[in-house]
Design a protein around this ligand. Structure first.
Ligand code: AMP
Ligand code: GLY
Length: 427
C-alpha cells in the first residue's frame, strides 16, 4: 500500500516512523516531511497546505491512503477534496474540523449538548470584550477563536493581562483573522490531560492517556507553546476519569457534531482539565496532538495502518489496540526564544549517539539537512522520546538522550513528567 503523510513536524515524524513499520506499507511519502522522516520515507517538495498539488500527486502516484498530521489542511478541507476525488484519506471534513478551527463554534456545540467546559462569552468587538473584562475580577482566559498554532490562548492572572491579550489579538491582530472573534472564559483549576480517540461514523476508540506541558518554562511558567513535552500514560487519568471523559465528553460531542451536520471522523483530541467538579473541556483538536503523538505511538504495539483503515471503514468496533504497558516520555528541545523570536540554522550534533540509546527515539520537528549535516529550522526542533519500566526510568532515559544532543541556544524544560512522578509517589 502506498501511503502519503501530510506534514513535516515532530508528530509527523512519529507517524511516519510508525506507518513505515506497518506490514501494509510498501512505500511512504511525506509532504513536505523533514530530515527525520527522510530516514523512513521519501520527502516531497510539496507544502502541507498545498492541497491542489497534494491531490495531483496522490492521483498521479495512485496513493492508497493519505494521513494528515496538521490542522491547517484539515480546516481548509483537504479531506473533502480527496474524498470527492475518490481517494482514501484519514481525517475529518472541513465542517467537522471546525471543532478546532473555530473555538466559538466548538463552545456552541458543547453548550447545546451539555459537554462540560468553562463558562464563556464570545466577542467580535474589542470594546465589548474590554468592558466585559473590566467588570470581572475573577481570573480569565482569553482565546483567539481561530487557529493560532497553540499560541492564541492567554491564561491571565488579572484584568490588565486580559486587556493586553485582547489588544494583542483584536487590535494588533497578532493572529490575523483568527482573532476576529475571541472567546473569554473562566479560568479552570486542576491538572490537564490530553485524551485522543479514533472516531468513525459509529464508534469511538480511545487511545492511551497523555499529558502535555504547554508552558515554555519549568513549573508551567512563561507563555504557552505548541507543547514542550509529554508523557503517556497520565496517572491523573484514573479509570473513573477515563469513563467520565468517554461518557460526558466524547460521546455527547461526537453525537452533537453529527446532529449539527458536521459528523466527525478521524482523531478527535480532547484537551481536558480535571477539576474538583470532574473533567472539563479546554479545547478540541481535529487531529493527533504534537507532542502527544510521540510518546503515544512509541507505546502502540499494534499496526497503525490497520487501525486507520478500520476507522475509515467504520470498523473500529472490530479492532483491539495493544499497548506497551511501560510509560513513555517525550522532551521537546526548542530554539532559545521560542515561542517568541528565535534564530534558525544552528548545527545539531549528537543525534546518532542519542538515537542509538536503547528504547530512545529522536523525532525531528524543525530541522533541515544540508551537506550531510542537520541544522535547526524551527521553534520546536526535536522530540526526544524514551520508554522505561517506570516513568522515572523513561524520564531519565529521555534526559540522558537530550544531554547527548547539542545545538547553540537549545532550550528544554527540565521537569517533563514531574507531575506524574509526584502523583505516583503519592505526594
Ligand atoms: P487551548 O488551546 O484552548 O487548550 O489552551 C491552551 C492551554 O491554555 C491549555 O492547555 C491550558 O493550559 C490553558 N487553558 C485554556 N483554557 C483554560 C481555562 N479555561 N482555564 C485554565 N487554563 C486554560
Ligand atoms: N500539544 C497540543 C496540541 O497538539 O495541540
Amino acid at each position: 500500500m502506498k501511503i502519503l503523510l501530510v506534514g513535516g513536524g515532530g508528530r509527523e515524524h512519529a507517524l511516519a516512523w510508525k506507518l513505515a513499520q506497518s506490514k501494509h506499507c510498501t512505500k511512504l511519502y511525506a509532504a513536505p516531511g523533514n530530515p527525520g522522516i527522510a530516514q523512513v520515507g521519501e520527502c516531497l517538495p510539496i507544502g502541507a497546505e498545498d492541497i491542489d498539488r497534494l491531490l495531483a500527486f496522490a492521483r498521479q502516484e495512485r496513493i492508497d491512503l493519505t494521513v494528515v498530521g496538521p490542522e491547517r489542511p484539515l480546516i481548509a478541507g483537504i479531506a473533502d477534496r480527496f474524498r470527492a476525488a475518490g481517494l482514501r484519506i484519514f481525517g475529518p471534513s472541513k465542517a467537522a474540523a471546525q471543532v478546532e478551527g473555530s473555538k466559538a463554534w466548538a463552545k456552541t456545540v458543547m453548550t447545546h449538548f451539555a459537554v462540560p467546559t468553562a463558562e464563556y462569552h464570545v466577542f467580535q468587538h474589542v470594546d465589548e470584550a474590554l468592558r466585559y473584562v473590566g467588570s470581572h475580577q475573577e481570573p480569565l482566559v482569553v482565546k483567539a477563536s481561530g487557529e493560532a498554532a497553540g499560541k492564541g490562548v492567554f491564561v491571565c492572572a488579572d484584568q490588565d493581562e486580559a486587556r493586553r491579550a485582547l489588544e494583542l489579538i483584536m487590535k494588533d491582530r497578532a493572529f490575523g483573522p483568527s482573532g476576529d472573534t475571541v472567546v473569554v472564559e473562566e479560568r479552570l483549576a486542576g491538572e490537564e490531560a490530553s485524551m485522543l480517540a479514533l472516531v468513525d461514523e459509529y464508534n469511538i476508540y480511545m487511545l492511551e492517556s497523555c499529558q502535555d506541558h504547554k508552558a515554555a518554562l519549568d513549573g508551567d511558567r512563561g507563555p504557552n507553546t505548541g507543547g514542550m513535552g509529554a508523557y503517556s500514560p497520565a496517572p491523573v487519568v484514573t479509570d473513573r476519569v477515563l469513563a467520565l471523559v468517554q461518557r460526558e465528553v466524547l460521546v455527547p460531542m461526537v453525537h452533537g457534531m453529527r446532529t449539527e451536520g458536521a459528523p466527525f471522523a478521524g482523531v478527535l483530541y480532547a484537551g481536558i482539565m480535571i477539576t474538583a467538579g470532574g473533567p472539563k473541556v479546554l479545547e478540541f483538536n481535529a487531529r493527533f496532538g504534537d507532542p502527544e503523538t510521540q510518546p503515544i505511538l512509541m507505546r502502540l504495539r499494534s499496526d497503525l495502518v490497520t487501525a486507520i483503515e478500520a476507522a475509515i471503514d467504520n470498523r473500529l468496533d472490530q479492532i483491539t489496540l495493544e499497548w506497551d504497558p511501560r510509560p513513555a516520555v517525550c522532551v521537546v528541545m526548542a530554539s532559545g526564544g521560542y515561542p517568541g523570536n528565535y534564530e534558525k540554522g544552528k548545527e545539531i550534533t549528537g543525534l546518532d549517539k542519542a538515537a542509538a540509546m536503547p528504547d530512545v527515539a529522536v523525532f525531528h520537528a524543525g530541522t533541515r539537512a544540508e551537506g550531510g549535516r542537520i541544522y535547526t529550522d524551527g521553534g520546536r526542533v526535536l522530540g526526544v522520546t524514551a520508554v522505561g519500566d517506570s516513568i522515572i526510568e523513561a524520564r531519565d532515559r529521555a534526559y540522558e538522550a537530550v544531554r547527548a544532543i547539542h545545538f547553540h541556544h537549545a532550550h528544554w524544560r527540565t521537569d517533563i513528567g514531574a507531575k506524574a512522578i509526584r502523583r505516583m509517589a503519592g505526594a
